[in-house]
Write a protein that binds this ligand. Structure first.
Ligand SMILES: Nc1ncnc2c1ncn2[C@@H]1O[C@H](COP(=O)(O)OP(=O)(O)OP(=O)(O)O)[C@@H](O)[C@H]1O
Length: 737
């Protein structure tokens, strides 16, 4: 009653007033009514008091508070992107809300709120939460919206909006941060659609199967039914020394090949010593390992050239391998074809997929080219280096030719370490007598033919593309543009060609088969290949006498056709360095005009006739740089003694910068003004050419008029009109600048 002092005061005042009005009956009745009203009021306030202090009194606020708290937390967490705790909470919240949405159709918010109450912080136990839900369910102030039963009171519409936002957030693709951490599993179950993508980004256990190394393993697994260890993959990837020009398949094949070879090496680390070759360590043990490995492949039916076997069976065959490797020479084919394998597993390699050279195995990656006498294959060694393997069949060839092929090995050995010559890595001549004869210079069976099924194998540095292909590509690019090959491109490669040939000439070797196909681009530089018909120059003479007439028709010098014949003076015609220079002239001609000088002569005899004719004039169409024509002429002089040598060619003005293309201009003061003009029109090739012609006419007028007409009016007129003609043209050109 302390809580209602004003009501008593009011009562007393009413009683006093009534007494003053002296109406006792009415007053008594009124007082009775007033007391009754007072008692009712007391009960009413008492009821209100107890109602407010009961658990039900705080219930409503509890319902609202955690609801707000949940939404606020959810909102806060949508903003949070890096707090681990918040992310964990997000995982819990998202799961709870989803559960509420799916299970409790009516009263989704209540279910959600009950399960989302932060138990530790608000101290409400599960029972209270249960009561909260029940009491809330029993309330009558629910609304129905659009046919959907909603337990949300009207005054919590704003909270409902937040919840919708929160749910929207959950239905969006999860952010990267949402999948990080231990909650990602939960998140994955909620975001089923985005889970796979998310998993690949996480650092959790989900991410592991998709990690980069596993991807490699998986990819390799597609090709290779057997698992490849991480170590093997790593080793393969890091040791591939050259991949240029390998297709993805080839690269994968190479990696697998390496993995198989490396595995074999790891497994078979036995007593065989390792050898250093060209900076690459190739283990002898790999021979037998490959042999055994490939025999496994064979036994399994030659499924694939790249199939690798890292299964534990490999070590068990090592002893067989060693026995077998000694018999490989004859047993290879038998083993390969499956013939002769009398139950026991043959431990040899499959020649369809591998080459064996000097006991080392090289896996085939594909055929690069076929020459007149050989096949060239792209191969990969056990240390994952790409090489070219040249295979020459000897059977049926005359010994002179076979001898020449063996000599190629000798020359390549001599030219080891020369940067512009293709490097010989390894070789094998199966006809040992032939090789010994060549090496010792004592071979004398030059008339017969090779009867045995012998081969020459040469493992060579691998080139990307040969000059013939480069040229045809270049001309294809220019096709229809009415353009000539870019002069700088020409200068760049011409210089490299000259330097390569100079290297062999300095070694007293004449190549004799120079042509664009025999210059290979290796890591951006041209290197000389194919010394099959090369000849060494004897020490007592500058020329060599050829045993047989060979070469490639379009590039053959006049003397190459007449080799060993007698000239008009009765001297034996020999081929030497100038013969190579002629071939270089043909290559340059092709680089400039896109065809060889004698390509118009189609038949063999027509070509022979025209090339050997000293009076034949090679046609040179005008080109922008007149020095180029001059350079070609210096190489294609019919008389071999007139041809320039390589050191001279390397100094030719064509290889010098444009302004100094006209050296005489700078040497003679008389022509200083011409030089100045030339300097101002370096961008205009026609103007440059006019300067050059003017300089020639002024410098050497006898090219235009004969000495005896110099003093005649006609001669002088002719000279002056030519000079003025050139000056007028040059003037017009300069006016256009
Ligand atoms: N080391 C190499 N790397 C890449 N490709 C090569 C290599 N050696 C040769 N080739 C390719 O193989 C082709 C034939 O090679 P090569 O000229 O050595 O054989 P050949 O039988 O002597 O040919 P030919 O005598 O007809 O000129 C070359 O034109 C070139 O395209």
């Amino acid at each position: 009653m302390d809580g209602n002092p004003n009501s008593y005061e009011l009562l007393r005042q009413v009683q006093a007033a009534l007494k003053r009005r002296r109406n006792p009956g009415t007053v008594t009745l009124f007082l009775t009514l007033l007391n009754a009203f007072s008692i009712f009021l007391n009960f009413y306030f008492l009821f209100i008091f107890f109602r407010n202090s009961s658990p039900g009194g705080s219930l409503q606020s509890n319902i609202i508070r955690p609801k707000r708290s949940a939404v606020a937390e959810a909102k806060a967490m949508t903003k949070s992107d890096d707090s681990q705790t918040s992310l964990d909470q997000l995982g819990n919240h998202s799961l709870s809300l989803r559960k509420g949405t799916e299970v409790v159709v009516a009263g989704e918010e209540m279910e959600c709120l009950a399960s989302s109450l932060p138990e530790a912080s608000n101290g409400i136990n599960q029972d209270l939460k249960y009561k909260t839900i029940k009491q809330a369910e029993s309330k009558k102030n629910f609304i129905s919206e659009g046919g959907k039963i909603s337990m949300v009171p009207r005054r919590t519409v704003t909270n409902q909006d937040h919840l919708h936002k929160f749910k929207n957030f959950l239905s969006q693709p999860a952010t990267q941060s949402s999948v990080v951490g231990p909650s990602c599993a939960t998140t994955t179950s909620v975001h089923s659609s985005s889970a796979p993508m998310l998993n690949s980004l996480t650092g959790s256990s989900y991410s592991h199967p998709n990690s980069a190394s596993d991807l490699v393993t998986k990819r390799c697994g597609n090709l290779n039914p057997h698992p490849i260890t991480h170590g093997v993959i790593k080793s393969a990837n890091t040791s591939i020394k050259e991949t240029t020009g390998i297709s993805t398949d080839q690269a994968m094949t190479a990696v697998q090949a390496c993995s198989s070879l490396t595995d074999a090496e790891l497994t078979f680390k036995e007593s065989n010593p390792s050898k250093e070759q060209q900076g690459c360590t190739l283990k002898e043990t790999s021979i037998s390992n490959h042999a055994s490995y490939n025999d496994d492949v064979l036994t399994k039916g030659k499924e694939s050239a790249v199939a690798t076997n890292t299964q534990p069976e490999a070590p068990t065959v090592s002893s067989d391998v060693k026995l077998e490797s000694s018999k490989l020479g004859k047993a290879d084919k038998l083993a390969a074809s499956g013939k002769g394998s009398s139950g026991a597993r043959k431990r040899t390699y499959d020649p369809d997929y591998f080459f064996k050279v000097s006991g080392k195995l090289y896996q085939r990656l594909g055929r690069i080219g076929t020459g007149g006498s050989s096949e060239v294959h792209k191969v990969i060694s056990s240390d994952c280096t790409i090489y070219a393997l040249k295979k020459i069949k000897l059977k049926g060839r005359d010994y002179a030719t076979a001898y020449g092929f063996c000599q190629e090995i000798e020359y390549l050995n001599r030219l080891k370490g020369k940067s512009n010559i293709i490097q010989l890595i390894d070789y094998e001549v199966t006809d040992k007598a032939l090789l010994e004869g060549v090496m010792s210079g004592s071979f004398n069976n030059k008339d017969g033919r090779v009867k045995d099924d012998g081969f020459i194998y040469m493992v060579l540095e691998h080139g990307e593309i040969d000059l013939a292909h480069m040229l045809s590509q270049k001309w294809k690019e220019l096709d229809g543009c009415n353009q000539t090959i870019d002069e700088n491109w020409l200068r760049f490669y011409w210089q490299q060609i000259l330097q390569a040939v100079n290297t062999i000439h300095e070694e007293r070797i004449v190549h004799s088969d120079l042509k664009p196909a025999n210059f290979l681009l290796v890591k951006g530089s041209l290197k000389l290949i194919d010394f099959g018909i090369a000849k060494a120059i004897m020490s007592d003479t500058t020329n060599i006498q050829r045993d047989s007439q060979v070469g490639t028709l379009n590039y053959m010098s006049p003397e190459a056709f007449m080799c060993n014949e007698s000239d008009a003076n009765g001297n034996i015609i020999k081929c030497g360095r100038p013969s190579d220079i002629w071939s270089l002239g043909c290559i340059l001609y092709q680089m400039v005009y896109g065809r060889t000088p004698f390509s118009d002569y189609k038949t063999f005899w027509a070509k022979v006739k025209v090339i050997t004719d000293p009076n034949h004039q090679i046609t040179y169409e005008p080109v922008s740089n007149p020095w180029l024509v001059d350079l070609m002429k210096k190489c294609l002089a019919w008389d071999r003694n007139e041809r320039w040598r390589i050191p001279q060619l390397l100094q030719h003005p064509f290889l010098a910068p444009p302004v100094s293309c006209h050296p005489s201009l700078s040497q003679d003061n008389t022509f200083k003004w011409l030089q100045l003009i030339a300097e101002t029109c370096t961008c205009d090739q026609e103007a440059l050419q006019l300067c050059y012609q003017l300089q020639q006419v002024l410098g050497d007028p006898f090219k235009l008029i004969t000495p005896d007409t110099t003093n005649s009016r006609d001669g002088q007129r002719k000279l002056l009109s030519r000079i003025s003609e050139l000056c007028v043209h040059l003037h017009e050109k300069i006016n256009k600048f």
